[in-house]
Each structure stands twice: as C-alpha cells, then as structure tokens.
Design a protein. Structure first.
Lengths: 115, 113
C-alpha cells in the first residue's frame, strides 16, 4: 500500500517571499503520478501542479515548482513570490500510473501568507 | 464549463435517516470516485467506479453505497447515517489517462446528529 506523509501541519510566510512544503511517500511502484492540490477556504480542491515519475525534469507552473527526488521518494512544493491568495491547505497526493483508481493523500499543510 | 457538480453543498440530518448525495460530471470521464475529508487524515477514498456498472470499495466503504447506472452520474448513498459519518465529502472524476489527476466537485458538508 502507498502512504503519503506531510510533516508540516502548519506554515507561514511573508508576502513576496518563498516557501517550501515537504512531502514524502512510500511505494513499491515504479510508474506513478504525484500531485499537489490546493484547498482555499472555499474548500474547492484545485490542482496546482503534477509530476510524472518517469520524467526526471521537475514540473513548473508559474510561481509553483516541485523538487522531485525519486530515489528519496520526496516531492516538495516551492511557492515563489507568495501572495495572499496562496493562503490555503495544500495536499500532496500519489496515484499509480497503471490501474490507478485512487489518489492517496497526505494529511495536508495549512499555509498562511502574511502581509 | 467542464465540471463535477455535487449536491447538496450542506446537509444536516438525523441518525438513521437515509440520504443521497448526488454527483454528475460533464467531461465524459470513465473514472469517478468519492472521498471523505477529516481533520488530520487528509482525503480517503470511499468508493470508486471505472465505468458504468463497475464499482468497487475504496479504503473506508463501511456504511456507504454507490451506483453507476449512467456514465455521468455517481450518487453516494448513506442508508442509515451515523454521527461518525459527519464529514466533508468530495466527488471526483478523471479521464482514462490519469496524468491530469482527478477533477473535484465543490464538496458536501454533512452533519449527522
């Protein structure tokens, strides 16, 4: 079975600064997907960024980037130039590539951006 | 607009009174899934469906039922709700290519008293 661990229950960052959220996972699979979802106070689940495990290049989406370390089973999210609208719960999630019927989520990290 | 629509958004009910949370997607997705979100536990899968008439249990299926009679709809049924089913519920769907993850509905906050 796969597990996902987010070791930081809460974090805060000043507006315009950079913050990194940690995520580690455990799996025996070789091909899989990793995701970061954002859940603002509206509680909508929004896909922030995704990574395919067979791609060595780290994914980037505007101010969001990941540091994917496959051997270490680590998948951290870096948010640059933090904005007040980035305040949210962030979930790291894993899904098998083959017959992947579910996302396995971490417990989440609450990020607060301060002005 | 491509979306997953679930209703109701909020629901308060009493123990033992059967209820249904509806879910519909307009993206022609094969896969659909229900999750519950609880503090400190993240989201956990309740049931999933890979296509019409194909459903299976997720990690926390006890006390829930689902059906998939049409590709677009995947209702969640609580036949005899109990207080431990008080939670935030999400319906989600994805295409056969899972690389883009699941698209989520806006959630249903259920309180069972």
């Amino acid at each position: 079975a796969q597990t996902v661990t987010q070791s930081q229950p809460e974090m805060s960052v000043q507006e315009a600064e950079t913050v990194t959220l940690s995520c580690t996972y455990d799996t025996s699979e070789n091909n899989y997907y990793l995701f970061w979802y954002k859940q603002p106070p509206s509680r909508q689940m929004i896909l922030v960024i995704r990574q395919e495990a067979y791609k060595q290049q780290n994914a980037t989406e505007n101010r969001f980037s990941v540091n994917f370390q496959k051997a270490a089973k680590s998948f951290s999210l870096k948010i640059s130039d933090s904005q007040l609208g980035d305040t949210a719960m962030y979930f790291c999630a894993f899904m098998k590539r083959r017959y992947g019927n579910k996302l396995v989520f971490g417990a989440g990290t609450i990020l607060r951006v301060k002005s | 607009e491509a979306q997953v629509t679930q209703n109701p958004r909020y629901l308060i009910t009493v123990t033992g009174k059967k209820l249904t949370v509806t879910c519909s997607q307009n993206m022609n997705h094969e896969y659909m899934s229900w999750y519950r979100q609880d503090p400190g536990l993240g989201l956990r899968q309740i049931y999933y469906s890979m296509n019409v008439e194909v459903t299976d249990k997720g990690d926390v299926p006890e006390g829930y039922k689902v059906s998939r009679k049409e590709k677009r709809n995947f209702p969640l049924i609580l036949e005899s709700p109990s207080p431990n089913q008080t939670s935030l519920y999400f319906c989600a769907s994805r295409a056969r290519n899972g690389g883009y993850g699941y698209t989520f509905g806006s959630g249903t906050r259920l309180t069972v008293v």
